[in-house]
Write a protein that binds this ligand. Structure first.
Ligand code: SAM
Length: 331
């Protein structure tokens, strides 16, 4: 029987995000505005075998959901090979991948065949010019085609993430809700968090979950999906007038949900992060490379999880951004 990995506040850890690369081909201004930091040495990155080993130990401890992310996970060579290895790890109930969808149209079928359950696609604007300004690349049609391909091959439900930033795309929220209805997607609106490499985040730029909800409700009446959201990041809504499409609002800044956090992260270079905003990391890579057995790796993971922070401190005057940014942590 699998155990339930719990932190010292009694939160069960069910959800593992694995970053497979630090590299990214987009330059989203809220993430990597000045390009990539110098790449770490190649041998500091976990191999697919090491990732598979780590994931299988996490799963034996109670993790049920695994999400591959980055950087841009599709930039890691043959990511399908890793997907295929992980799809055979017994106990994973949900194997997902977060991508900017740059080349998803060509690779969706292969990912599905390799055993991926679903994808989350980042899409911050439906207007080509605003998309280009926000992401630094002019590829909106490819991303839309990627979303269509994901649906076609059954990588469903397709979730679409949009980071809403004042002065950029807050006037598009209701249009994106319409897009979710039209294409039967789960559209998730995310508050801008202080995790950008440019350290340009300001509270004034945060469009709150409440504002987002109000903007959608002006056009489409939303109904909360359930009162208890458990450990999910998003508060979920359906449209009052029909079954197609869903809205999720992720409001870590104005409506923190740390009390129900079930997440843990593994960076591409094998560091465990117990919170997006952690100041310390724990090298599972060193443990694995020292020749640890499964039991020893499990003991190490348990000891790290014990140290999971009670909450983030974004809203405190003493808050400081972590040194590593979203693209290095794995969103
Ligand atoms: N490259 C992939 C992608 O574009 O989805 C996966 C990695 S990306 C870092 C994961 C998610 O983090 C994306 O949906 C992105 O929009 C989000 N993200 C990055 N920086 C953020 C920030 N400062 N605040 C909120 N979300 C952010």
């Amino acid at each position: 029987m699998t155990e339930t990995l719990k932190d010292s506040y009694g939160r069960a850890i069910r959800d593992l995000r694995v970053s497979v690369t630090d590299r990214c081909n987009f330059r989203c201004f809220y993430c990597l505005p000045h390009g990539e930091p110098p790449a770490g040495p190649k041998d500091s990155m976990l191999t697919y075998e090491e990732i598979e080993f780590a994931v299988s130990v996490f799963v034996s401890l109670g993790v049920e959901k695994v999400r591959l992310t980055g950087g841009e996970p599709m930039l890691r060579r043959d990511i399908e090979t890793l997907v295929s290895k992980l799809s055979r790890v017994e106990g994973i109930k949900d194997l997902a991948l977060t991508t900017n969808a740059f080349n998803l149209a060509e690779r969706a079928a292969g990912l599905k065949a390799a055993g991926l359950d679903r994808v989350t696609v980042s899409l911050d604007s439906l207007r080509p010019e605003s998309f280009r300004r926000m992401t630094g690349v002019d590829v909106l049609p490819q991303v839309l085609e990627g979303i269509r391909a994901a649906r076609r091959v059954g990588l469903v439900p397709v979730k679409v993430n949009a980071v809403i930033v004042r002065g950029h795309n807050e006037d598009e929220v209701a249009d994106m809700a319409a897009f979710a209805r039209e294409h039967d997607l789960s559209m998730r609106f995310i508050e801008y968090m202080p995790l950008d490499s440019g350290h340009g985040w300001s509270r004034e730029q945060v469009v709150s979950g409440a504002e987002i909800r109000a903007a959608i409700n002006e056009r489409f009446l939303l109904v909360a999906r359930r009162t208890e959201r458990g450990s999910e990041t998003a508060t979920r809504y359906r449209f009052a007038d029909g079954p197609r499409g869903e809205i999720g609002i992720i409001a870590p800044v104005t409506e923190p949900f740390c009390g129900a956090c079930s997440r843990i992260r593994l960076t591409a270079d094998g560091q465990i992060r117990t919170c997006l905003f952690s100041k310390v990391e724990h090298s599972l890579r060193d443990v694995i490379r020292s020749g640890a057995t499964r039991d020893e790796a499990a003991d190490y993971i348990r000891s790290v999880v014990e140290k999971k922070e009670p909450r983030h401190y974004i809203n405190e005057t003493y808050f400081e951004q972590p040194a590593r940014t979203m693209s290095l942590i794995g969103g």
